[in-house]
Ligand binder design. Structure first.
Ligand SMILES: *C/C=C(C)/C=C/C=C(C)/C=C/C1=C(C)CCCC1(C)C
Length: 252
């Protein structure tokens, strides 16, 4: 209990500080602003949940839940700042968005490695290849959104990075190894893999609508990105949590 409290308090303070500082400027008719708010709170709740559930799963799954709580914590803090940018200026918080992604997506890639490493022998190359795919995808996307390179070029190179990740988890070493692990690990791996295939497809769709079809529309771009983050961070973590719980129950 004492340990739990020592984990919970810094998290709560860190996350709540920006929200207390700027509680007043959200307008009731600002749908995108409201989604920024709801998702930031959902990220806080998910963080506390993964931290508390950590003690219920067996040792080999605990690191996975710790990493998930970092993902949602980092996202929660960025969401508070992104909401401010949106509410105050009505523009896309592109820099905060991509800083959040460049921190949280590699952590999610670690999850694929950890799920497999918890139950079998797998090379670190799996993680490095997933990291390279992530960086290519995000750097190209940022350069396109920031106008550093042509937005169509950023889109195409970004898609290539995403396809490289998909190749690794479906047909590369990670995909192959995942076919011969325990049922719980396999179900966590394939659920997360579906998130990367289906849930992640929402982001390039947002980019397409926001930047490539008839000029920039920041409201639809941010609405789409916000919904995508909700699914791809919280649901991704819940799949891992649920596999961890069922596997721990079996081996207890
Ligand atoms: C928690 C945040 C996550 C899971 C963010 C994921 C972001 C993407 C999958 C972005 C993908 C993009 C492309 C595939 C093409 C270029 C534009 C991007 C960066 C939006």
């Amino acid at each position: 209990m004492k340990k739990l409290f020592s984990l919970f308090m810094p998290t709560a303070v860190l996350v709540l500080a920006p929200s207390l500082a700027y509680a007043g400027d959200l307008q009731a008719n600002d749908l995108v602003g409201v989604t920024f708010w709801i998702i930031s709170i959902a990220m806080v709740a998910a963080t506390v949940f993964f931290l508390m559930e950590r003690s219920r799963v067996s040792g080999k799954w605990q690191t996975s839940l710790s990493i998930m709580s970092l993902v949602t914590l980092i996202a929660a803090v960025h969401y508070f700042y992104m909401r401010e940018v949106w509410v105050d200026t009505g523009t896309s918080p592109t820099v905060f968005r991509y800083i959040d992604w460049v921190l949280t997506v590699p952590l999610q890639m670690i999850e694929f490695y950890l799920i497999l490493a918890a139950v079998t022998a797998v090379s670190a190359g799996v993680f490095w290849r997933l990291l390279v795919g992530t960086l290519v995808m995000l750097i190209a996307g940022y350069a396109g959104e920031a106008g550093v390179i042509n937005p169509v070029l950023g889109f195409i190179v970004g898609l290539a990075g995403w396809f490289y990740i998909l190749y690794e988890i479906f047909m590369g070493e990670a995909g192959t190894v995942s076919a011969s692990v325990s049922a719980a690990a396999q179900s966590a791996f394939s659920a997360c893999r579906m998130v990367v295939l289906v849930g992640w497809a929402i982001y390039p769709a947002g980019y397409l609508f926001g930047y490539l079809m008839g000029g920039v529309d920041p409201a639809s771009l941010n609405l789409i990105y916000n919904l995508a983050d909700f699914v791809n961070k919280i649901a991704f973590g819940v799949f891992i949590w649920s596999a961890a719980i069922s596997d721990s129950a079996q081996t207890a």
